[in-house]
Design a protein around this ligand. Structure first.
Ligand SMILES: Nc1nc2c(ncn2[C@@H]2O[C@H](COP(=O)(O)OP(=O)(O)OP(=O)(O)O)[C@@H](O)[C@H]2O)c(=O)[nH]1
Ligand SMILES: [Mg+2]
Length: 452
Protein backbone atom coordinates (compact mmCIF):
# COMPACT_ATOMS: atom_id res chain seq x y z
CA UNK A 1 0.00 0.00 0.00
CA UNK A 2 1.55 3.30 -1.01
CA UNK A 3 0.05 6.67 -0.30
CA UNK A 4 -0.19 9.80 -2.41
CA UNK A 5 -0.27 12.65 0.04
CA UNK A 6 -2.03 15.26 -2.05
CA UNK A 7 -4.97 13.78 -3.96
CA UNK A 8 -8.33 14.30 -2.30
CA UNK A 9 -9.90 11.37 -0.47
CA UNK A 10 -13.42 10.85 0.79
CA UNK A 11 -15.23 8.61 3.28
CA UNK A 12 -18.30 8.50 5.43
CA UNK A 13 -17.07 9.16 8.95
CA UNK A 14 -20.22 8.20 10.82
CA UNK A 15 -21.23 4.55 11.20
CA UNK A 16 -23.49 3.00 8.57
CA UNK A 17 -27.17 2.69 9.39
CA UNK A 18 -30.06 5.00 10.13
CA UNK A 19 -29.34 7.95 12.44
CA UNK A 20 -30.19 11.63 12.83
CA UNK A 21 -27.33 12.65 10.55
CA UNK A 22 -24.54 11.09 8.51
CA UNK A 23 -21.24 12.86 7.94
CA UNK A 24 -19.00 12.52 4.89
CA UNK A 25 -15.46 13.93 4.99
CA UNK A 26 -13.48 14.95 1.93
CA UNK A 27 -9.94 16.18 2.31
CA UNK A 28 -6.99 17.00 0.05
CA UNK A 29 -5.83 19.45 -2.56
CA UNK A 30 -8.68 21.25 -4.37
CA UNK A 31 -11.38 19.32 -2.59
CA UNK A 32 -13.43 22.48 -2.04
CA UNK A 33 -14.14 23.17 -5.77
CA UNK A 34 -14.88 19.47 -6.16
CA UNK A 35 -17.65 19.66 -3.59
CA UNK A 36 -18.79 23.02 -5.01
CA UNK A 37 -19.62 21.32 -8.34
CA UNK A 38 -22.51 19.62 -6.54
CA UNK A 39 -23.49 22.31 -4.05
CA UNK A 40 -26.32 24.79 -4.53
CA UNK A 41 -24.22 27.66 -3.11
CA UNK A 42 -21.11 26.94 -5.17
CA UNK A 43 -19.68 30.45 -5.20
CA UNK A 44 -20.21 30.97 -1.53
CA UNK A 45 -18.41 27.71 -0.83
CA UNK A 46 -15.43 28.56 -3.03
CA UNK A 47 -15.07 31.93 -1.29
CA UNK A 48 -15.74 30.58 2.22
CA UNK A 49 -12.97 31.14 4.75
CA UNK A 50 -11.92 28.27 7.04
CA UNK A 51 -14.05 27.27 10.02
CA UNK A 52 -17.36 28.25 8.48
CA UNK A 53 -20.61 26.40 8.05
CA UNK A 54 -22.74 26.67 4.92
CA UNK A 55 -26.29 25.52 4.35
CA UNK A 56 -27.58 24.34 0.98
CA UNK A 57 -28.48 21.41 -1.25
CA UNK A 58 -26.26 18.66 -2.57
CA UNK A 59 -26.98 17.63 -6.15
CA UNK A 60 -26.18 14.53 -8.14
CA UNK A 61 -24.38 14.61 -11.51
CA UNK A 62 -27.65 15.42 -13.30
CA UNK A 63 -28.20 18.40 -11.04
CA UNK A 64 -31.04 16.80 -9.10
CA UNK A 65 -31.02 17.62 -5.38
CA UNK A 66 -30.21 14.59 -3.20
CA UNK A 67 -30.51 16.18 0.25
CA UNK A 68 -30.38 19.34 2.29
CA UNK A 69 -26.89 19.51 3.80
CA UNK A 70 -24.58 21.49 6.05
CA UNK A 71 -20.97 21.91 4.97
CA UNK A 72 -18.24 22.52 7.51
CA UNK A 73 -15.35 24.15 5.70
CA UNK A 74 -11.78 23.89 6.98
CA UNK A 75 -8.85 25.50 5.19
CA UNK A 76 -5.26 24.21 5.33
CA UNK A 77 -3.49 24.02 7.69
CA UNK A 78 -6.32 24.44 10.18
CA UNK A 79 -8.07 21.11 9.76
CA UNK A 80 -7.79 17.61 11.17
CA UNK A 81 -5.61 16.45 8.27
CA UNK A 82 -3.83 19.75 7.75
CA UNK A 83 -5.21 19.94 4.17
CA UNK A 84 -8.35 21.68 2.89
CA UNK A 85 -11.28 19.68 4.20
CA UNK A 86 -15.06 19.73 3.90
CA UNK A 87 -17.28 17.76 6.23
CA UNK A 88 -20.75 17.34 4.82
CA UNK A 89 -23.59 16.40 7.07
CA UNK A 90 -26.80 15.12 5.53
CA UNK A 91 -29.88 13.39 6.90
CA UNK A 92 -28.96 10.03 8.38
CA UNK A 93 -30.71 7.89 5.81
CA UNK A 94 -28.07 5.39 4.64
CA UNK A 95 -29.34 5.56 1.04
CA UNK A 96 -29.00 9.36 0.88
CA UNK A 97 -25.49 9.20 2.34
CA UNK A 98 -24.57 6.47 -0.14
CA UNK A 99 -25.85 8.57 -3.09
CA UNK A 100 -23.85 11.59 -1.95
CA UNK A 101 -20.74 9.48 -1.47
CA UNK A 102 -21.24 7.86 -4.89
CA UNK A 103 -21.52 11.30 -6.51
CA UNK A 104 -18.33 12.49 -4.83
CA UNK A 105 -16.54 9.28 -5.79
CA UNK A 106 -16.88 10.31 -9.44
CA UNK A 107 -14.04 12.74 -8.81
CA UNK A 108 -12.27 11.45 -5.70
CA UNK A 109 -11.13 8.11 -4.40
CA UNK A 110 -12.30 6.41 -1.19
CA UNK A 111 -10.01 6.90 1.83
CA UNK A 112 -8.18 3.87 3.17
CA UNK A 113 -8.47 2.93 6.86
CA UNK A 114 -6.77 5.60 8.95
CA UNK A 115 -5.77 7.62 5.89
CA UNK A 116 -7.10 10.97 7.19
CA UNK A 117 -5.00 10.48 10.31
CA UNK A 118 -1.99 9.44 8.22
CA UNK A 119 -2.28 12.75 6.35
CA UNK A 120 -2.40 14.56 9.69
CA UNK A 121 0.80 12.71 10.65
CA UNK A 122 2.55 13.71 7.42
CA UNK A 123 1.40 17.29 7.77
CA UNK A 124 2.83 17.46 11.28
CA UNK A 125 -0.57 17.90 12.94
CA UNK A 126 0.09 14.85 15.11
CA UNK A 127 3.03 12.59 15.85
CA UNK A 128 2.77 8.83 15.66
CA UNK A 129 1.97 8.45 19.38
CA UNK A 130 -0.92 10.86 18.98
CA UNK A 131 -2.13 9.18 15.80
CA UNK A 132 -2.21 5.83 17.58
CA UNK A 133 -3.98 7.51 20.51
CA UNK A 134 -6.79 8.60 18.16
CA UNK A 135 -7.50 4.95 17.44
CA UNK A 136 -7.15 4.00 21.11
CA UNK A 137 -9.59 6.75 22.09
CA UNK A 138 -12.15 5.52 19.56
CA UNK A 139 -11.83 1.93 20.78
CA UNK A 140 -11.29 2.57 24.52
CA UNK A 141 -13.55 0.21 26.47
CA UNK A 142 -13.52 1.98 29.85
CA UNK A 143 -12.98 5.31 31.60
CA UNK A 144 -9.33 4.56 32.50
CA UNK A 145 -8.43 3.62 28.95
CA UNK A 146 -10.20 6.73 27.63
CA UNK A 147 -8.19 8.90 30.01
CA UNK A 148 -4.89 7.24 29.03
CA UNK A 149 -5.62 7.64 25.30
CA UNK A 150 -6.71 11.26 25.74
CA UNK A 151 -3.56 12.13 27.66
CA UNK A 152 -1.48 10.62 24.85
CA UNK A 153 -3.50 12.52 22.26
CA UNK A 154 -2.85 15.73 24.19
CA UNK A 155 0.86 15.03 23.87
CA UNK A 156 1.75 13.97 27.43
CA UNK A 157 3.85 11.02 26.34
CA UNK A 158 5.18 12.78 23.22
CA UNK A 159 6.52 15.66 25.33
CA UNK A 160 8.39 13.27 27.61
CA UNK A 161 9.85 11.31 24.69
CA UNK A 162 10.97 14.55 23.02
CA UNK A 163 12.56 15.71 26.25
CA UNK A 164 14.44 12.41 26.65
CA UNK A 165 15.49 12.60 23.02
CA UNK A 166 16.94 16.04 23.53
CA UNK A 167 18.89 14.87 26.56
CA UNK A 168 20.33 11.90 24.66
CA UNK A 169 21.34 14.15 21.77
CA UNK A 170 22.99 16.51 24.24
CA UNK A 171 25.01 13.63 25.70
CA UNK A 172 26.00 12.54 22.23
CA UNK A 173 27.19 16.02 21.32
CA UNK A 174 29.35 16.05 24.41
CA UNK A 175 30.88 12.70 23.44
CA UNK A 176 31.48 13.86 19.88
CA UNK A 177 33.34 16.88 21.13
CA UNK A 178 35.61 14.36 22.84
CA UNK A 179 36.16 12.51 19.56
CA UNK A 180 36.54 15.39 17.11
CA UNK A 181 38.56 17.78 19.18
CA UNK A 182 40.65 15.33 21.17
CA UNK A 183 43.85 16.79 19.73
CA UNK A 184 42.87 20.39 20.31
CA UNK A 185 43.38 22.55 23.26
CA UNK A 186 39.88 22.28 24.70
CA UNK A 187 38.85 21.56 28.26
CA UNK A 188 38.49 17.77 28.65
CA UNK A 189 35.05 16.17 28.76
CA UNK A 190 33.66 15.88 32.27
CA UNK A 191 33.22 12.12 32.30
CA UNK A 192 31.75 12.08 35.74
CA UNK A 193 28.98 14.49 34.78
CA UNK A 194 28.36 12.46 31.64
CA UNK A 195 28.03 9.25 33.66
CA UNK A 196 25.69 10.94 36.09
CA UNK A 197 23.42 12.31 33.37
CA UNK A 198 23.35 8.91 31.71
CA UNK A 199 22.31 7.20 34.90
CA UNK A 200 19.52 9.67 35.66
CA UNK A 201 18.24 9.19 32.11
CA UNK A 202 18.21 5.45 32.67
CA UNK A 203 16.26 5.92 35.92
CA UNK A 204 13.63 7.94 34.14
CA UNK A 205 13.33 5.35 31.41
CA UNK A 206 13.09 2.61 34.04
CA UNK A 207 10.09 4.37 35.58
CA UNK A 208 8.36 4.60 32.23
CA UNK A 209 8.96 0.93 31.52
CA UNK A 210 7.55 0.07 34.95
CA UNK A 211 4.44 2.13 34.22
CA UNK A 212 3.90 0.08 31.07
CA UNK A 213 2.76 -2.97 33.04
CA UNK A 214 -0.07 -0.90 34.49
CA UNK A 215 -0.65 0.76 31.11
CA UNK A 216 -1.00 -2.58 29.37
CA UNK A 217 -3.69 -3.63 31.88
CA UNK A 218 -5.59 -0.47 31.08
CA UNK A 219 -5.34 -0.93 27.34
CA UNK A 220 -5.68 -4.70 27.08
CA UNK A 221 -7.83 -5.44 30.12
CA UNK A 222 -7.18 -7.24 33.42
CA UNK A 223 -7.94 -10.95 33.14
CA UNK A 224 -9.53 -12.45 36.25
CA UNK A 225 -10.17 -16.18 36.36
CA UNK A 226 -12.65 -17.65 38.86
CA UNK A 227 -11.46 -21.11 39.82
CA UNK A 228 -11.93 -23.68 42.55
CA UNK A 229 -13.65 -26.95 43.38
CA UNK A 230 -17.10 -27.71 41.96
CA UNK A 231 -19.93 -26.03 43.82
CA UNK A 232 -17.65 -23.47 45.48
CA UNK A 233 -19.76 -20.62 44.11
CA UNK A 234 -17.78 -19.48 41.02
CA UNK A 235 -20.76 -19.05 38.72
CA UNK A 236 -22.70 -17.23 41.45
CA UNK A 237 -19.81 -14.83 41.89
CA UNK A 238 -19.48 -14.43 38.12
CA UNK A 239 -23.16 -13.44 37.92
CA UNK A 240 -22.78 -11.00 40.81
CA UNK A 241 -19.86 -9.31 39.07
CA UNK A 242 -21.92 -8.97 35.89
CA UNK A 243 -25.10 -8.03 37.75
CA UNK A 244 -27.03 -10.49 35.61
CA UNK A 245 -27.71 -14.22 35.58
CA UNK A 246 -25.35 -15.10 32.78
CA UNK A 247 -24.06 -18.46 34.09
CA UNK A 248 -26.14 -21.44 35.20
CA UNK A 249 -26.09 -21.90 38.99
CA UNK A 250 -27.34 -25.08 40.63
CA UNK A 251 -26.58 -26.95 43.87
CA UNK A 252 -25.09 -29.78 41.75
CA UNK A 253 -21.29 -29.94 41.69
CA UNK A 254 -20.07 -29.92 38.08
CA UNK A 255 -22.68 -27.51 36.70
CA UNK A 256 -20.25 -25.42 34.65
CA UNK A 257 -18.35 -27.45 32.09
CA UNK A 258 -17.31 -24.99 29.42
CA UNK A 259 -15.85 -21.65 30.40
CA UNK A 260 -17.65 -18.31 30.10
CA UNK A 261 -16.01 -14.97 29.31
CA UNK A 262 -17.47 -11.50 29.87
CA UNK A 263 -16.13 -7.96 30.20
CA UNK A 264 -17.03 -5.54 32.95
CA UNK A 265 -15.81 -2.18 34.16
CA UNK A 266 -14.68 -1.92 37.77
CA UNK A 267 -14.01 1.65 38.87
CA UNK A 268 -13.16 2.46 35.25
CA UNK A 269 -10.82 -0.52 34.80
CA UNK A 270 -11.57 -3.00 32.05
CA UNK A 271 -11.90 -6.46 33.57
CA UNK A 272 -12.16 -9.62 31.49
CA UNK A 273 -13.81 -12.19 33.69
CA UNK A 274 -13.75 -15.98 33.24
CA UNK A 275 -16.03 -18.50 34.93
CA UNK A 276 -14.57 -21.99 34.71
CA UNK A 277 -15.41 -25.64 35.31
CA UNK A 278 -14.81 -26.77 38.91
CA UNK A 279 -11.51 -28.56 39.50
CA UNK A 280 -11.74 -32.20 40.57
CA UNK A 281 -10.70 -35.68 39.43
CA UNK A 282 -13.42 -36.74 37.07
CA UNK A 283 -14.00 -39.77 34.86
CA UNK A 284 -16.33 -37.76 32.63
CA UNK A 285 -14.64 -36.93 29.34
CA UNK A 286 -16.53 -33.64 28.86
CA UNK A 287 -15.73 -32.52 32.37
CA UNK A 288 -12.06 -33.45 31.92
CA UNK A 289 -11.87 -31.20 28.84
CA UNK A 290 -13.50 -28.39 30.81
CA UNK A 291 -10.98 -28.78 33.63
CA UNK A 292 -8.10 -28.66 31.14
CA UNK A 293 -9.46 -25.32 29.92
CA UNK A 294 -9.84 -24.08 33.52
CA UNK A 295 -6.13 -24.72 34.12
CA UNK A 296 -5.13 -22.97 30.92
CA UNK A 297 -7.21 -19.91 31.82
CA UNK A 298 -5.74 -19.87 35.31
CA UNK A 299 -2.22 -19.82 33.92
CA UNK A 300 -3.05 -17.01 31.46
CA UNK A 301 -4.92 -14.82 33.96
CA UNK A 302 -3.55 -11.71 35.65
CA UNK A 303 -5.40 -12.68 38.82
CA UNK A 304 -6.90 -16.01 39.88
CA UNK A 305 -9.69 -15.89 42.43
CA UNK A 306 -9.53 -19.34 43.97
CA UNK A 307 -12.85 -20.02 45.69
CA UNK A 308 -13.13 -22.29 48.70
CA UNK A 309 -16.51 -22.88 50.27
CA UNK A 310 -16.26 -21.48 53.81
CA UNK A 311 -19.10 -23.71 54.97
CA UNK A 312 -17.21 -26.91 54.12
CA UNK A 313 -13.56 -25.84 54.34
CA UNK A 314 -11.06 -28.54 55.21
CA UNK A 315 -7.67 -27.73 53.77
CA UNK A 316 -6.24 -25.73 50.92
CA UNK A 317 -5.15 -27.81 47.91
CA UNK A 318 -1.69 -27.43 46.37
CA UNK A 319 -1.82 -24.39 44.06
CA UNK A 320 0.21 -23.26 41.04
CA UNK A 321 0.63 -19.57 40.17
CA UNK A 322 0.72 -18.63 43.84
CA UNK A 323 1.72 -15.01 43.29
CA UNK A 324 -1.33 -14.14 41.30
CA UNK A 325 -3.78 -16.26 43.27
CA UNK A 326 -6.11 -14.78 45.84
CA UNK A 327 -8.03 -17.21 48.04
CA UNK A 328 -11.71 -16.32 48.37
CA UNK A 329 -13.65 -17.88 51.24
CA UNK A 330 -17.03 -18.06 49.51
CA UNK A 331 -20.50 -18.41 51.03
CA UNK A 332 -19.25 -16.44 54.03
CA UNK A 333 -22.87 -15.87 55.08
CA UNK A 334 -23.10 -19.53 56.05
CA UNK A 335 -20.48 -19.33 58.83
CA UNK A 336 -20.20 -17.15 61.93
CA UNK A 337 -17.82 -14.18 61.88
CA UNK A 338 -15.71 -15.94 64.50
CA UNK A 339 -15.38 -19.09 62.38
CA UNK A 340 -14.53 -16.96 59.43
CA UNK A 341 -11.61 -15.36 61.27
CA UNK A 342 -10.37 -18.81 62.29
CA UNK A 343 -10.59 -20.03 58.71
CA UNK A 344 -8.66 -16.99 57.51
CA UNK A 345 -5.83 -17.72 59.89
CA UNK A 346 -5.84 -21.38 58.83
CA UNK A 347 -5.47 -20.36 55.20
CA UNK A 348 -2.48 -18.28 56.28
CA UNK A 349 -2.03 -16.32 53.05
CA UNK A 350 -3.79 -13.63 50.98
CA UNK A 351 -7.44 -14.34 51.60
CA UNK A 352 -10.75 -12.48 51.56
CA UNK A 353 -14.21 -13.59 52.61
CA UNK A 354 -17.10 -13.13 50.18
CA UNK A 355 -20.77 -13.81 49.94
CA UNK A 356 -23.12 -13.21 47.06
CA UNK A 357 -26.08 -13.52 49.44
CA UNK A 358 -25.17 -10.99 52.15
CA UNK A 359 -25.53 -7.24 51.73
CA UNK A 360 -22.08 -5.78 50.98
CA UNK A 361 -20.69 -9.34 50.89
CA UNK A 362 -18.40 -8.50 47.98
CA UNK A 363 -17.06 -5.13 49.19
CA UNK A 364 -13.83 -6.54 50.58
CA UNK A 365 -13.24 -8.56 47.40
CA UNK A 366 -13.76 -5.53 45.13
CA UNK A 367 -11.41 -3.44 47.26
CA UNK A 368 -8.72 -6.15 47.14
CA UNK A 369 -8.99 -6.50 43.36
CA UNK A 370 -8.69 -2.75 42.99
CA UNK A 371 -5.59 -2.60 45.14
CA UNK A 372 -4.02 -5.36 43.00
CA UNK A 373 -4.87 -3.36 39.89
CA UNK A 374 -3.28 -0.23 41.24
CA UNK A 375 -0.25 -2.07 42.57
CA UNK A 376 1.97 -1.11 39.63
CA UNK A 377 0.57 2.36 39.22
CA UNK A 378 3.31 4.96 38.96
CA UNK A 379 2.98 8.50 40.22
CA UNK A 380 1.02 10.73 37.89
CA UNK A 381 4.14 12.59 36.71
CA UNK A 382 5.27 9.59 34.70
CA UNK A 383 3.23 9.41 31.51
CA UNK A 384 1.55 6.07 31.14
CA UNK A 385 2.91 3.79 28.42
CA UNK A 386 0.01 1.66 27.21
CA UNK A 387 1.22 0.46 23.85
CA UNK A 388 3.43 -2.62 23.37
CA UNK A 389 5.16 -1.01 20.38
CA UNK A 390 6.18 1.93 22.57
CA UNK A 391 7.27 -0.39 25.37
CA UNK A 392 9.48 -2.45 23.03
CA UNK A 393 11.18 0.71 21.74
CA UNK A 394 11.70 2.04 25.27
CA UNK A 395 13.36 -1.24 26.19
CA UNK A 396 15.71 -0.99 23.19
CA UNK A 397 16.50 2.57 24.24
CA UNK A 398 17.24 1.55 27.82
CA UNK A 399 19.44 -1.30 26.64
CA UNK A 400 21.45 1.03 24.39
CA UNK A 401 21.83 3.51 27.22
CA UNK A 402 23.18 0.80 29.51
CA UNK A 403 25.62 -0.20 26.77
CA UNK A 404 26.73 3.43 26.58
CA UNK A 405 27.13 3.46 30.33
CA UNK A 406 29.29 0.32 30.20
CA UNK A 407 31.41 1.72 27.35
CA UNK A 408 32.02 4.88 29.33
CA UNK A 409 32.93 2.97 32.46
CA UNK A 410 35.35 0.70 30.62
CA UNK A 411 36.95 3.72 28.94
CA UNK A 412 36.35 2.21 25.52
CA UNK A 413 36.50 5.64 23.90
CA UNK A 414 33.84 8.22 23.18
CA UNK A 415 33.17 6.77 19.71
CA UNK A 416 31.64 3.71 21.33
CA UNK A 417 29.56 5.71 23.77
CA UNK A 418 28.31 7.93 20.95
CA UNK A 419 27.46 4.88 18.86
CA UNK A 420 25.22 3.47 21.61
CA UNK A 421 23.63 6.86 22.14
CA UNK A 422 22.70 6.99 18.46
CA UNK A 423 20.97 3.61 18.82
CA UNK A 424 19.16 4.92 21.92
CA UNK A 425 17.83 8.01 20.17
CA UNK A 426 16.83 6.01 17.08
CA UNK A 427 14.59 3.86 19.28
CA UNK A 428 12.83 6.93 20.67
CA UNK A 429 12.51 8.49 17.21
CA UNK A 430 10.69 5.40 16.07
CA UNK A 431 8.10 5.85 18.84
CA UNK A 432 7.10 9.32 17.71
CA UNK A 433 7.39 8.41 14.05
CA UNK A 434 10.40 10.52 13.06
CA UNK A 435 11.82 7.49 11.32
CA UNK A 436 9.02 5.17 10.40
CA UNK A 437 9.43 2.60 7.70
CA UNK A 438 6.35 2.35 5.47
CA UNK A 439 5.56 -1.17 6.63
CA UNK A 440 5.30 0.04 10.23
CA UNK A 441 2.88 2.80 9.19
CA UNK A 442 0.86 0.34 7.13
CA UNK A 443 0.59 -2.00 10.10
CA UNK A 444 -0.51 0.74 12.47
CA UNK A 445 -3.00 2.42 10.16
CA UNK A 446 -4.59 -0.75 8.85
CA UNK A 447 -6.11 -1.17 12.33
CA UNK A 448 -8.06 2.08 11.94
CA UNK A 449 -11.59 2.32 10.69
CA UNK A 450 -12.28 3.97 7.34
CA UNK A 451 -13.10 7.63 7.87
CA UNK A 452 -10.55 8.26 10.62
N1 LIG B 1 -25.43 -19.20 50.96
C1 LIG B 1 -24.72 -19.02 49.88
N2 LIG B 1 -24.83 -19.89 48.87
C2 LIG B 1 -24.10 -19.69 47.74
C3 LIG B 1 -23.21 -18.60 47.63
N3 LIG B 1 -22.61 -18.67 46.42
C4 LIG B 1 -23.09 -19.77 45.81
N4 LIG B 1 -23.98 -20.38 46.59
C5 LIG B 1 -24.71 -21.62 46.28
O1 LIG B 1 -23.79 -22.66 46.01
C6 LIG B 1 -24.26 -23.53 44.98
C7 LIG B 1 -23.23 -23.66 43.88
O2 LIG B 1 -23.05 -22.41 43.29
P1 LIG B 1 -22.41 -22.23 41.84
O3 LIG B 1 -22.23 -20.79 41.65
O4 LIG B 1 -23.15 -22.98 40.82
O5 LIG B 1 -21.00 -22.95 42.08
P2 LIG B 1 -19.85 -23.24 41.01
O6 LIG B 1 -18.57 -23.10 41.70
O7 LIG B 1 -20.08 -22.47 39.77
O8 LIG B 1 -20.09 -24.78 40.73
P3 LIG B 1 -19.65 -25.65 39.44
O9 LIG B 1 -20.11 -24.92 38.22
O10 LIG B 1 -20.37 -26.91 39.64
O11 LIG B 1 -18.17 -25.84 39.51
C8 LIG B 1 -25.58 -22.92 44.50
O12 LIG B 1 -26.63 -23.60 45.10
C9 LIG B 1 -25.51 -21.48 44.98
O13 LIG B 1 -26.76 -20.91 45.24
C10 LIG B 1 -23.13 -17.67 48.73
O14 LIG B 1 -22.39 -16.68 48.72
N5 LIG B 1 -23.90 -17.95 49.82
MG1 LIG C 1 -20.34 -22.99 37.85
Amino acid sequence: MSYSLIEPIVAQITPPGTAAIAVIRISGKDCIPLVAKHFSQAEKLIAAPGNTILHGYFRDEEGEAIDEVLLYVFRAPKSYTGDDTVELSCHGNPRLAARILKTLLLGVRLAKPGEFTLRALHNGKLDLIQAEAVNDLINAPTRKSEAAALSQLQGGLSDTINELLEQIINLRMRCEMGIDFADQDLPPIDEQALAQDLSSLLDRLGQMIASAEHGRLIREGFRICLAGAPNSGKSSLFNSFLKQNRAIVTPHPGTTRDYLEESISLEGYWIILFDTAGLRDSADLIEQEGIKLSKKLMSEANLVLYLVDASSYEALPELDNKDKTLIVLSKADLVSPQNLEELKSQVARDVVAASVMAEGGLDELYATILSRLEHNKEDSDTPLVTNTRHLAALQVCAESLSNAQAALKQQMGFEFVAFDLIAASAALEEIIGLVSPDNLLNRIFSNFCIGK
